[in-house]
Design a protein around this ligand. Structure first.
Ligand SMILES: NC(=O)c1ccc[n+]([C@@H]2O[C@H](COP(=O)([O-])OP(=O)(O)OC[C@H]3O[C@@H](n4cnc5c(N)ncnc54)[C@H](OP(=O)(O)O)[C@@H]3O)[C@@H](O)[C@H]2O)c1
Length: 256
């Protein structure tokens, strides 16, 4: 048999599965055989439509609402997921609260930094507190945080987002150290500016300068991000932990 990503018998929780990249991660993991807990925040209709689509792939799926920055809300989601689908062996922290437009440090509202701290840092702390204990009992688990190439770029106006995602990186690298003995891996996938359904619909004009600076001279796709997530979720990645994996055509390159 050819080498394949096989997630049959696994349950994956994906936060922000109602969003652009999350829904493709959900489809991809389901195609590999995983049952999917579809998390959403406000877009219940999109989450329910995704659940129906995933069930047509012959996997089990259900939708769960939560505010990822709230421990009480994430714990309530955990109880609902455990009761209806079981204990996830794969957790993907993908949701993000979008701020637009971004401002310079001097102009960005304090509340925006607090929002990104909740959305990026506390999101991961809350998911870890909720879902890692059950992984420890099983001595197996996959935790994947979705970061961004922006974390390494330090571009003007991105300070709220970058500070949140850098804080998330700190939480997850420490977590990788702490749960490694339990055979739980903790990794991050860092997309570049990705082509997803929205851009296929609206077009990609205005990205020429960005593309010209990318070594591979194009933007990546939602599917290419999801492929990296599927690999890290699988047994093929059993000895990889603590990584920050850019999926951005070389636009940022972490140094050894
Ligand atoms: N798209 C890119 O080009 C790109 C590039 C680099 C990194 N990323 C990263 O990839 C991840 C996904 O991005 P995306 O572009 O797919 O985002 P998106 O389409 O805006 O989706 C964001 C998701 O997060 C959920 N969400 C928003 N605020 C929330 C909150 N307070 N509590 C719980 N859930 C909340 C949304 O739920 P509802 O829709 O149900 O309200 C939605 O499912 C993010 O971590 C982002 O930083 C994306």
């Amino acid at each position: 048999m050819a080498l394949a990503i096989d997630l049959r018998g696994r349950l994956a929780l994906i936060t922000g599965a109602s969003g652009e990249l999350g829904r493709v991660m959900a489809r991809t993991l389901a195609q590999a055989g995983a049952d999917i807990a579809v998390h959403y925040h406000g877009n219940e209709a999109k989450a329910n439509a995704l659940v129906d689509e995933l069930k047509s792939l012959k996997v089990n799926a259900a939708a769960f609402q939560a505010e990822v920055g709230s421990l009480a809300s994430v714990m309530a989601m955990r109880d609902a997921v455990f009761a209806s689908l079981g204990e996830p062996g794969i957790v993907i922290a993908n949701a993000v609260s979008q701020i637009w437009p971004w401002e310079s440090v001097l102009n960005e509202a304090i509340g925006d930094y607090e929002d990104q701290f909740r959305s990026c840092v506390l999101h991961n702390v809350n998911l870890a507190k909720a879902f890692i204990p059950a992984m420890k009992v099983k001595q197996h688990g996959r935790y994947i945080g979705i970061n961004t190439e922006c974390t390494m770029q330090m571009l003007p106006t991105q300070s709220a987002y970058v500070s949140g995602k850098r804080g998330m990186d700190g939480v997850l690298r420490v977590l990788a150290q702490e749960v490694g003995p339990d055979q739980i891996t903790v990794n991050q996938v860092a997309p570049g500016w990705t082509i997803s359904e929205r851009y296929r619909h609206e077009g990609t004009s205005g990205d020429e300068a960005y593309v010209a600076a990318v070594p591979m001279r194009r933007r990546g796709t939602d599917q290419e991000v999801a492929n990296a997530v599927a690999f890290l979720a699988s047994d093929l990645a059993s000895f990889i932990t603590g990584t920050y994996l850019p999926v951005c055509g070389g636009n940022v390159m972490p140094r050894v």
